[in-house]
Write a protein that binds this ligand. Structure first.
Ligand SMILES: NC(=O)c1ccc[n+]([C@@H]2O[C@H](COP(=O)([O-])OP(=O)(O)OC[C@H]3O[C@@H](n4cnc5c(N)ncnc54)[C@H](O)[C@@H]3O)[C@@H](O)[C@H]2O)c1
Ligand SMILES: [Zn+2]
Length: 405
């Protein structure tokens, strides 16, 4: 038996924030990040709409990018004090993911972070509150997914929490919010969405319900991402829907090792002054992982379908896979994303000498590879790498070497 779960309601299109006016409840806790939602007036609109619905509103603000376990615990305490029956999270993946984890802790105050990380092991929620997610970036699709990514800074590791219990009750996908994104964020979140759609399509858990969502998302992202990056606001709006479709696919079909590697490298070099931003990590690793996975015939055939749907040409499956890889690398160039970690600057742009020193990378490689294999996203990848293969793959991602194994 398989399960396909989405939010009960997805309000989309311009003006979708008005849906909040129809919510029924007494108290809403609004969770938000560092300031962009306030600056552009979206936070005020959310508060006003919830008040119009007759609710008392409290705001938990300042959730940082790549949220920490500590922030989750603080937010849960604030919820415990306020006792909301609605949790409304607005912003990018970071505040929404943090709010999902706070929700678990609010419903089960005794639960520990390692217990939350048990894949598909989260106890039943909605005894205290329901959850609404309003996305302001076009990438993570956390507004419709069963995932939350929380960083344990003591270990320098990102942990994906996964369970349909944390699939929001309501998603609001209003493209107006995405229009204020700076270019770099458009690029990174857009390639995150492309990775979601491609990994979902070749995942071992793909099915007839997820395939059309993944394929349509891939075609839209191909059509709209670079234009959106270059300031076309119609394409920007379309990308907000495309990333959500990709999210509906991967929340049910799961992901693969591009994400395992991104999760385990993202914060691994934070002591050298930067993160490898999630979407940029995916964009760099995706072409390498496609070459690795394509050694599996089923995966190769599915990548070839993607190439056909994108109308890339090619007569054999091998040719189609090569064309897909070349196309994705060209997208990275068009979006000013480096092709490998060695050229990833602390500001995320391509440069000759990246912020991760070669020596440090090689020292940490065995442990990162072990952690990546153990990541929750590895199980649904079409090819399960050995420790040796994962180390080689990560080296290819560092040096931009070709994957021939
Ligand atoms: N839950 C999931 O299914 C899932 C999937 C993929 C990634 N993630 C996680 O999500 C996080 C990344 O989320 P993200 O890429 O959405 O970015 P983010 O939430 O970390 O936001 C990045 C920055 O962009 C700003 N910002 C957000 N929206 C804006 C807007 N509309 N205009 C101007 N500025 C804006 C924020 O203030 C912040 O400074 C990572 O921790 C990643 O691991 C989660
Ligand atoms: Zn992602």
């Amino acid at each position: 038996m398989a399960r396909f779960t989405l939010p009960r309601d997805i309000y989309h299109g311009k003006g979708a924030l008005d849906a909040l006016k129809t919510f029924e409840g007494k108290k809403a806790m609004v969770c938000v990040g560092g300031g962009s939602m306030k600056k552009f007036g979206f936070l005020d609109k959310v508060i006003a709409n919830l008040k119009e619905a007759g609710m008392e509103v409290e705001v938990f603000e300042g959730i940082e990018p790549d949220p920490s376990v500590d922030t989750v615990m603080r937010g849960a305490q604030a919820m415990e004090k306020f006792q909301p029956d609605w949790i409304v999270a607005i912003g990018g993946g970071s505040p929404i993911d943090a709010a999902k984890a706070m929700w678990i802790k609010y419903e089960y105050p005794e639960i520990t972070f390692p217990e939350m990380c048990k894949v598909f092991g989260i106890p039943q929620l909605r005894r205290k509150a329901r959850f609404c997610a309003i996305s302001s970036t076009s990438g993570t699709a956390t507004e419709v997914t069963a995932f939350s990514v929380i960083t344990d800074y003591e270990q320098g590791i990102k942990y994906p929490l996964a369970d349909f219990e944390i699939t929001p009750d309501v998603a609001i996908v209003d493209p107006t919010l995405a229009e204020t994104m700076p270019k770099k964020l458009v690029a990174h979140t857009g390639m995150d969405a492309m990775t979601h759609a491609i990994e979902a399509y070749v995942s071992t858990a793909n099915c007839d319900y997820t395939d059309p969502l993944a394929i349509h998302a891939i075609r839209m992202i191909q059509h709209d991402l670079v234009g959106s990056y270059n300031g076309d606001m119609e394409k920007r709006d379309a990308m907000h829907n495309a990333q959500c479709l990709a999210g509906m696919a991967f929340s049910n079909a799961l992901l693969g090792i591009v994400h395992s590697m991104a999760h385990k490298t993202g914060a691994a070099f934070a002591d050298y002054g930067a993160h490898i931003i999630h979407g940029a990590a995916n964009a760099m690793y995706l072409p390498k992982v496609i070459a690795f996975n394509a050694k599996n015939e089923t995966a190769k055939a599915r990548y070839a379908v993607i190439a056909d749907e994108m109308k890339l040409g090619g007569s054999s499956n091998d040719e189609k896979v090569a064309l897909l890889i070349a196309y994705l690398r060209k997208m990275n160039d068009d979006l000013n994303i480096p092709q490998c970690i060695a050229h990833y600057g602390a500001d995320s742009y391509p440069c000759d000498q990246g912020f991760v020193p070669e020596k440090v990378f090689l020292e940490r490689l065995p442990e990162i590879a072990r952690n990546a294999i153990g990541d929750a996203c590895t199980g649904s990848n079409p090819r399960i790498p050995t420790q040796e293969e994962m180390e080689k793959l990560l080296k290819c991602c560092y040096y931009d070497w070709e994957v021939d194994f």
